[in-house]
Design a protein around this ligand. Structure first.
Ligand code: GLY
Ligand code: MN
Ligand code: MN
Length: 451
């Protein structure tokens, strides 16, 4: 539900700039007409809906957050002019009384800086006109069966008019592939929003550290996180928070968040807010009673060392895989030292026996989506890192009980996750405000308890 205009006129510039970049990329492949729909509303139960979230690609190019909207980019070949056309809901006083403000096509065109705008009900009719005789239709097939069918119907409508001289586009190109490449490098506006989302999320983790005590429930901690996100303007959590006490930390996607926190257990929190359509993604682990035990500290410091090695490997020209490989070496050696594994370091890395305790990768792209758009490989090779890319660094170690595992480590699960922007000099950790050295965490928890 949208209640107020989301973007003032002077805030259109980044979106206009992105649309211009898309035009350039489409022109490089001969032009055509691109169709980028926003996300549908999703029913939750009966007449209640999930909170509405616009599609990331659509939002990236428009800043427009109402449902039932489509962006059409008509890109002529060569120097021919291009048009950005929005299709959206009409104004409707009755619906606006119940559900809130709607821009309507004319209002949206003015506020968001489109070249033209029309009621979304006219889309199919206008689309068959727009795509006729164009060299390509730029659409991302296979993501939504309803849209695939609709596109097929529009294409067939144009094909049926071939005797009157109209020609359907002979090529369909994947517009998301172009947008994925663009979204991989964040612009200054995106980075500013991501820094703020990171700051709010780091504060939420600190709030949780101050709040946690034996006897509190995981969901009470989740409520503290959500409170901190929302009260600083985050629209939603960027993903369902993981608040995992004790053995629950060894369940990678634990979201039950309904157990009591016990004295002597560690608590793993993986949570980040979404601000202005941009995710943050932080994991911190800390002891429920404020003091790490010896074995907990051993595993924790191993993961922290692995994270430091990964961060040190993060710079332009390195590949996406370099931080992961750096973290793996540290983790594998630590697992040998702690007698979790046997053999040589080379054998552990070669056989991947470390996967029993570290089964996920160290990084993913971060942006509008928590696992953001963008390829991880260029052909056979891992993608080279470049300034403006944003990725997580999140090594972990998860030790389930087993006869061949020293009992002192049973049920210890640790992950430490920060968000990094690749810079010309290396990287900037935008989530660094959330403490992660053992001494710093213990001091913060001690201070919160009054010493
Ligand atoms: N919170 C999801 C992830 O860390 O990838
Ligand atoms: Mn992550
Ligand atoms: Mn995470």
């Amino acid at each position: 539900m949208n209640t107020t205009p989301a973007v003032a006129n002077d805030e259109c510039a980044p979106y206009r700039q992105r649309r211009l970049l898309l035009v350039e990329r489409m022109k490089a492949s001969g032009g055509g007409v691109a169709l980028i729909p926003t996300a549908p509303e999703q029913a939750r139960n009966r007449d209640t809906h999930f909170p509405y979230r616009a599609d990331s690609y659509f939002q990236y190019l428009t800043g427009f957050t109402e449902p039932e909207a489509v962006l059409v980019m008509a890109v002529g070949p060569g120097a021919m002019a291009s048009q950005a056309i929005l299709f959206c809901r009409e104004k409707n006083l009755e619906r606006e009384i119940w559900d809130g403000f709607r821009h309507g096509p004319e209002g949206a065109r003015e506020v968001f800086g489109f070249d033209a705008a029309h009621p979304v009900a006219e889309l199919d009719a206008r689309l068959s006109e727009l795509i006729a005789d164009q060299p390509a239709l730029w659409f991302s097939l296979g993501h939504d069966a309803g849209w695939d069918q609709r596109i097929a119907a529009v294409l067939n409508k144009v094909r049926a008019e071939s005797r009157s001289g109209k020609r359907a586009p002979p090529a369909i190109r994947d517009v998301r592939a172009e947008l994925d490449a663009m979204r991989l490098i964040k612009d200054a506006t995106e980075l500013a929003t991501m820094r703020r989302a990171a700051e709010i999320s780091a504060n939420a983790h600190m709030r949780a550290m101050r709040f946690v005590a034996p006897g509190r429930y995981e969901y009470e901690v989740e409520a503290e996180l959500l409170h901190e996100f929302r009260r600083h303007g985050c629209e939603y959590p960027a993903y369902t928070p993981i608040v995992a006490g004790g053995a629950n930390a060894c369940v990678l996607h634990y979201v039950g968040n309904d157990r009591v926190l016990k004295d002597g257990d560690l608590l793993l929190i993986d949570a980040g807010g979404e601000l202005g359509g941009y995710a943050s993604d932080i994991t911190r682990c800390f002891p429920v009673n404020g003091r790490f035990s010896g074995p907990q500290a051993d595993v924790y410091d191993l993961v922290l060392d692995a994270q430091a090695a990964a961060i040190a490997a993060l710079r332009p020209g390195a590949t996406f895989a370099d931080p992961h490989d750096a973290a793996l070496k540290v983790l594998a050696q630590g697992m040998l030292d702690m007698k979790l594994l046997a053999g040589s370091l080379d054998a552990v890395l070669e056989s991947e026996s470390y996967k029993r305790f570290y089964m996920h990768r160290t990084s993913h792209w971060l942006g509008k989506d928590v696992h953001d758009a963008g390829e991880y490989k260029e052909g056979e090779h891992w993608a080279p890192l470049a300034p403006g890319m944003v990725l997580t660094i999140e090594p972990g170690c998860y030790i389930r009980p087993a006869d061949d595992v020293p009992e002192a480590f049973w049920n210890i699960g640790v992950r430490i996750e920060d968000d990094a922007v690749v810079t010309a000099a290396g990287c900037e950790i935008i989530t660094a405000a959330a403490p992660k050295k053992i001494a710093d965490i213990e001091a913060l928890m001690r201070d919160a308890r009054g010493g």
